[in-house]
Design a protein around this ligand. Sequence first.
Ligand SMILES: C[S@@+](CC[C@H](N)C(=O)[O-])C[C@H]1O[C@@H](n2cnc3c(N)ncnc32)[C@H](O)[C@@H]1O
Ligand SMILES: [Zn+2]
Length: 193
Amino acid sequence: MQRLPSAGLLEAILESLLSIMHIEPKKIITQRTARPRTPKRFEIRSSDIHGSGAFALRPIPKGTRLIEYTGKRITHEEADARYNDYEGERHHTFLFSVDEQTVIDANREGNDARFINHSCDPNCESVDEEGRIFIEAIRDIAAGEELFYDYAYERGGEEDPKDEKHYACRCGATTCRKTILAPLTDETEPEDR
Ligand SMILES: C[S@@+](CC[C@H](N)C(=O)[O-])C[C@H]1O[C@@H](n2cnc3c(N)ncnc32)[C@H](O)[C@@H]1O
Ligand SMILES: [Zn+2]
């Protein structure tokens, strides 16, 4: 059976090639092996707000880009067909609506971003960069704090108290609007309220 050359052997070959080419091998090899790795910034564990949540493992400065919200990109029609939003008493989804065409389904090909819960007084925000969604810190975050962004689920303008209950927020912030639906605006405020 043919065996692959070991990393040591490959490194030795590379060093000889570099010395033939009069290139300082140590410099290149040091750069390759000493590339700094970003230490893990948060972990996923049980949350008092809902299910699992993301918690800072170290202080996170304002402006830090924490993670991309990944998943399979699907249409709203596919999302509606695949997931029944009204299944169960309370709403639960791993979908992120990017725009009128696209929804990111973090149930498939998703990463830890899908565990970041909602708060009405968040320490993070979602940033849309040409259709890719990133979660970034909007203030300095202390180690141990749970990470949140405001889901602000889009309203159709016809939500009733049953919907508000279905999308109830349990973030506990003093400014909690009691729903993970977007704040009401002149356009989305029902006329009979
Ligand atoms: C993307 S998941 C977040 C991870 C979730 N905690 C879990 O363990 O699956 C989104 C769902 O979490 C729940 N959730 C997140 N933040 C919430 C909050 N502030 N109040 C109530 N439910 C929340 C809702 O059910 C929402 O549909
Ligand atoms: Zn809230």
